[in-house]
Write a protein that binds this ligand. Structure first.
Ligand code: PLP
Length: 385
């Protein structure tokens, strides 16, 4: 079924798969000869995991990455058979289903027993990537326990219960390229790889880099880079826009203006009456609110209507927000924008960016796109048959 992007949709997140493919190809070039793992966790950072995974593979991503085994199983259920790694588990995670589906499992320690039990039961070797904590302090095996984890994994490999496919780690401050902790993380990773190689591990892929490290630290590429934000066209660096990095934002969030009215000076606007008009003006009502993922905490987020840039005026409510149609202090009166598009952020040259919303909400662009709610349909453009 083909749906023209705006037909009938009052709210929509348009996902431009051509932009996503462009971004993936860009990372394939940057990372070469290392390969690219497209990270599509959290429903593809809010863009739709399955559609984005397919587009990423079409554009040359050799691997897919997700946080949860359940996310990997959803990709498999959709018929996606590229190698896929999941790295965040609990004792109740579906290890047997993952082994059965040929999902690669990140192992930091305790998971090994679960993986081995599943492999034994299924009589099928599990595919494992051992994770070393090089300084982030989340999961990952502490360096003191690394040798023991490696040798335990090797024993199980010799029994035919698993294959150690990879060794990996994750950066803490790669988005701040001037910080020196990244150097010591790379150093610790090299040491961990050496320990594993001494123990006879022969891995297919060593991997460490996320989007910011892929862009700023070629010495962290190893055999594979794990790129999330970048493939969706988000800049991981504060103060650097995606266009400066050669990336194209894949998501445009927009809604149809639901109301437009002229008001006098002194009109209070939205809950708390935190905004009052200072002169006669026109207010446009946009049917997107915090239930749709527009952060209530943001202050003066940008909204583009008919190519002009305005700001949210007053509190963002659950379902709606108000825009005073005023630019550079001058009110647009007698202007009706009822039914026109209001763009909160997008990939067009004149669109505000997710970065602008992140700044208004004192957060990062990753959070803006991943929190767009389920009431906003994702509409895909650039889908291949
Ligand atoms: C989310 C995640 C990534 C991708 O990070 P980006 O900064 O979005 O590229 C890579 N590796 C791991 C372990 C992650 O959790």
């Amino acid at each position: 079924m083909t749906i023209s992007p705006s037909a009938g949709y009052e709210r929509q997140a348009i996902i431009d798969l051509d932009a996503l493919r462009h971004n993936v190809r860009h990372f394939v070039d940057i990372a070469h000869p290392a390969r690219v793992m497209a990270v599509v966790k959290a429903d593809g950072y809010g863009h739709g995991a399955i559609q984005c995974a397919r587009a990423a593979v079409e554009a040359g991503a050799a691997w897919l990455g997700v946080a949860h085994l359940s996310e990997a199983l959803e990709l498999r259920a959709a018929g996606i058979d590229a190698p896929v790694l999941a790295w965040l588990h609990t004792p109740s995670s579906p290890f047997p289903a993952a082994v059965e589906a040929g999902v690669d499992i990140g192992v930091s320690g305790w998971e090994l027993d679960h993986v081995v039990a599943a492999a034994r039961e299924l009589e099928r070797p599990a595919r494992v990537h051992l994770k070393i904590d090089t300084g982030l302090g989340r999961n990952g095996c502490p360096p003191e326990k690394w040798e023991a984890l490696v040798s335990s994994a090797m024993e199980h490999q010799e029994e035919g219960l698993l294959r150690v496919v990879g060794i990996f780690s994750h950066f803490a401050v790669a988005d701040e390229p001037e910080r020196e902790e990244t150097d010591s993380q790379i150093e610790r990773f090299r040491e961990a790889v050496a320990v594993a190689e001494d123990a006879g591990v022969d891995v297919e892929v060593r991997h460490m880099a996320n989007t910011p490290a892929t862009l700023s630290r070629p010495d962290s590429h190893f055999d594979l880079v794990r790129v999330g934000a970048g493939i969706f066209g988000l800049s991981p660096f504060a103060g650097q826009k995606s266009a400066e990095l050669g990336l194209r934002p894949a998501m445009t969030l927009k809604a149809t203006v639901a109301g437009c009215k002229e008001v006098p000076a002194g009109q209070g606007v939205s809950y708390g009456l935190r905004y009052t008009t200072t002169e006669p003006t026109t207010l446009a009502l946009v049917p997107l609110g915090y239930a749709d993922g527009v952060p209530r905490a943001s202050d003066g987020g940008p909204v583009a209507i008919d190519g002009k840039r305005y700001q949210v005026s007053g509190r963002i409510a659950m379902d709606q927000l108000v825009v005073d149609l005023k630019t550079n202090g001058i009110a647009d009166t007698e202007k009706s924008v009822l039914g026109h598009d209001a763009v909160l952020f997008g990939g067009g040259p004149d669109d505000p960016g997710a970065d602008d919303w992140a700044e208004a909400a004192n957060t990062i662009n990753y959070e803006i796109v991943t929190r767009i709610g389920s009431r906003v349909p994702r509409i895909y453009v650039g889908e291949t048959e």
